[in-house]
Ligand binder design. Structure first.
Ligand code: MN
Length: 548
């Protein structure tokens, strides 16, 4: 929980390089002794990545729809609770011993029925300041017995709650008799020590409860009448002054508690919970599950805790491409091979950005630098990451380093990377059997240039034959995409591994698409000869015409 978990995560619409480098980096970190480092993904894996993960029998990384801090990230889970009938005495002791801000009241099923705050306790105290209220008490015999540590001599229904006035038998018999006349017998509690005449008067008067103090006894004949008169009789070990003070702490907590209670759920966004807690008059708020069982508590001071989640970004550094909510947690490292588009950070961070063919290449280098040999499966994933991003070293983004690392990794895996590459592309680079949405958005990246929003998808194919039958459907889809999601330009780059070139299908503002200078094959479809790389060849050009 608060020790924190570090997620290694690639960009939204993750590609093979993104997923494989996240898995490999989390593995490397753990091999170097770092705990709680977990690979994650910010979206569904594409068909190619699925093939690669299956090939090396690896599970996809944990899916995170977003990284917004949630209630469960800061709440205290081992909650101290009280039962409705527990005494204020017990509640006060809990508040003090555990330095609590709020005590949830629960029923026998551990379900929430109210809360007791320090404010509720003060209110009860203030209420008692009223002239007639100062000696009025709501309690049960069981509760009185508990707070006094008393002995019960007669109590037909110890758990029944009642309200009564407390009268101390400290006066002469005559005055006491007169005093009793002011009260209803069934709601009178008499506190007295070994003044037998007073005890007798109280029993005859059929008071609700007689508390004999100083541990003194009561005559057997009195007790007999008390039983007949249904007078509760208990013996307190404390003196009269102490006993009459202590019994006011026997009030059951439900009497003082707030019953209309706002609650939080574990998955609620912390930012929303913060609002609720700050608006509430209490210092905290209970967290309940769907059955209203108390599963945690969040206090105002918990709101200041760090959220317990950190990010390491791999294969991207632009906030537009990262997981939602990243701005609310700490980004502690970035390892990437793209253009810079990162936001300022609060602290210095490790930022490795090298213009290599893939992040997986960088990961392989990091293994070498740290003298750690990856497991065969990890080496296999890195191989796939490099093959995928460099299109088997054919992309102009690929460098000598990528080739070197591929060779080093094949020494570990014993695999021929060219054969593996052809297998990967042949198995998954087909347009048939995929929806237009999958084709366009499977590997889709957002870019922001001032107020201009641009999106470019890329799909690799082995031969362009399949494109013909669906190109107009794609254009139609892009048109709606631009309109519905308010883009200035949306394009799909269909990259052919055989001819080592691409076809670009695009829709958007006339102002921008009018500037595209690539030769058109037909309206909104351009031929990009020798262009394989979105980020190195296409994107700089698009950004230039969009910003112009
Ligand atoms: Mn990459």
């Amino acid at each position: 929980m608060s020790h924190g978990i570090t997620y290694v995560i690639g960009h939204k619409n993750p590609d093979t390089d993104s997923i494989c480098s996240a898995i490999a980096y989390a593995w490397l970190k753990r091999a170097m002794g770092e705990e709680n480092v977990v690979a994650a993904r910010a979206g569904n894996i594409n068909a190619q990545t699925e093939f690669v993960l299956d090939y090396f029998q690896q599970q996809p990384p944990k899916y995170l729809p977003d990284i917004y801090p949630r209630v469960k990230d800061v709440m205290t889970s081992d909650v101290i609770t009280v039962n409705a009938s527990d005494t204020l005495n017990k509640a006060c002791r809990l508040f003090k011993s555990y330095n609590l801000k709020l005590l949830p009241l629960v029923d026998s099923e551990k379900c929430l029925i109210g809360t007791l705050s320090l404010l509720d306790l003060s209110k009860i105290q203030m209420e008692r300041l009223g002239p007639m209220k100062s000696h009025m008490l709501f309690t049960s015999v069981k509760n009185i017995q508990e707070v006094l540590g008393a002995r019960i001599l007669n109590a037909p229904m110890p758990e029944m709650e009642f309200s009564g006035f407390v009268v101390v038998g400290a006066m002469a018999e005559k005055s006491f008799k007169k005093r009793l006349q002011e009260f209803v017998p069934a709601s009178t509690i008499v506190v007295v020590s070994d003044r037998y005449e007073i005890q007798k008067i109280a029993i005859d008067f059929k008071v609700k409860c007689l508390i004999v103090t100083d541990g003194k006894d009561i005559a057997e004949e009195f007790l007999k009448i008390a039983r007949e008169n249904k007078v509760n009789v208990i013996v307190s070990p404390h003196d009269t002054a102490q006993s009459s003070k202590l019994i006011f702490t026997s009030i059951p907590v439900h009497y003082a508690a707030s019953k209309s209670i706002e609650t939080l759920s574990e998955d609620e966004l912390l930012i929303e919970a913060r609002e609720k807690i700050l608006r509430s008059e209490n210092q905290g708020m209970p967290v309940v599950n769907h059955k209203r069982r108390v599963v945690g508590i969040v206090t105002r001071s918990d709101l200041l805790k760090p959220p317990g989640k950190q990010l390491i970004l791999v294969d991207h550094n632009e906030m537009a491409q990262t997981i939602d909510g990243a701005e609310e947690v700490e980004i502690i490292e970035i390892i990437d091979h793209h253009r810079l588009g990162n936001s300022p950070t609060m602290k210095p961070i490790l930022f490795i950005n090298v213009p290599l063919g893939s992040t997986s290449t960088l990961m392989a280098e990091l293994y070498q630098k740290n003298n750690i040999t990856p497991e065969k499966t990890i080496a296999g994933l890195l191989t796939a990451g490099i093959i995928s991003d460099t299109i088997l070293l054919k992309s102009p983004t690929s460098t000598e380093k990528d080739e070197q690392m591929l060779k080093w990794l094949s020494e570990i895996t014993g695999l021929n990377y060219t054969e593996l590459g052809m297998e990967i592309f042949n198995a998954t680079s087909s347009l048939s059997g995929r929806s237009i949405e999958e084709i366009v958005e499977g590997d889709f990246k957002d870019y922001q240039v001032g107020n201009t929003k641009i999106g470019i998808g890329q799909v690799e194919v082995v031969g362009l034959e399949e494109l013909d039958s669906i190109k107009y459907d794609i254009l139609e889809y892009l048109k709606k995409f631009v309109k519905n999601r308010k883009y200035s330009l949306v394009a799909l780059m269909v990259t052919d591994i055989l001819t080592e070139g691409s076809i670009l299908l695009f829709q958007g503002d006339r102002r921008i698409i009018g500037r595209i200078q690539y030769p058109l094959m037909e309206p909104n479809i351009a031929e990009l000869k020798g262009i394989l790389s979105r980020k190195k060849q296409l994107l700089p050009y698009i950004l230039e015409i969009a910003g112009a």
